[in-house]
Design a protein around this ligand. Sequence first.
Ligand SMILES: C[S@@+](CC[C@H](N)C(=O)[O-])C[C@H]1O[C@@H](n2cnc3c(N)ncnc32)[C@H](O)[C@@H]1O
Length: 202
Amino acid sequence: MNPTLESPPSAKPAHTCPVWIGHLLANPLRRLLENPRHLVLPLVKAGHRVLELGPALGFFTLPVAEAVGEQGKVVCVEVQEGMLRGLRKRLDKRGLLARTELRRCTHEDLGLAELVETCDLVLALHVVHETISPGQTMADLARCVKPGGLLLLVEPPGHCSPAAFRAAIAGAEGAGLVRTPHPCAEGRRNLVLLQRPRGATS
Ligand SMILES: C[S@@+](CC[C@H](N)C(=O)[O-])C[C@H]1O[C@@H](n2cnc3c(N)ncnc32)[C@H](O)[C@@H]1O
């Protein structure tokens, strides 16, 4: 890992969101505070390939899977089997399972090697602060963004220190992404949209 991104990396994550909180996070009332329609869907087009790290029970995954349509794909990479089990059920109930791919990763290895530069959009929503190294995680996610593609980072201010947030952004920038304005999330704290310039590679 690049030691300038943050130091020292911890061997274990400080906290992993438990499955019971995953149920709370999937509550539709959350839309009053954070609406996928405003935060994520303006970035999604039919046919897109989207990578989502840490989907939990799919508060964002479900609307994104609707938006990519039958030709699109949402690849969900999650560390907890309990979350994946619940997510699978919820996707299946809505007929969206076929346009998703659910993968289990480990805290040490997100398993993204074959996704390098294949994704139109990468989502890191309220997850990076739970990873061992926010900078390294964002660098790994950034490499999956294809030229012209986007990476959206959102962190809960109370759980993510300014230093960890800066390290996360530095990780993505170190992997070749540049900041770009979000179309409709002006003024939100701890939100950054990044893009891989066209013609650039990681
Ligand atoms: C706070 S929840 C946020 C869930 C979802 N993104 C949302 O905003 O509703 C964090 C999720 O990230 C998962 N997670 C934590 N560390 C992870 C890692 N290294 N790789 C993949 N998923 C991880 C947790 O299991 C949990 O489902």
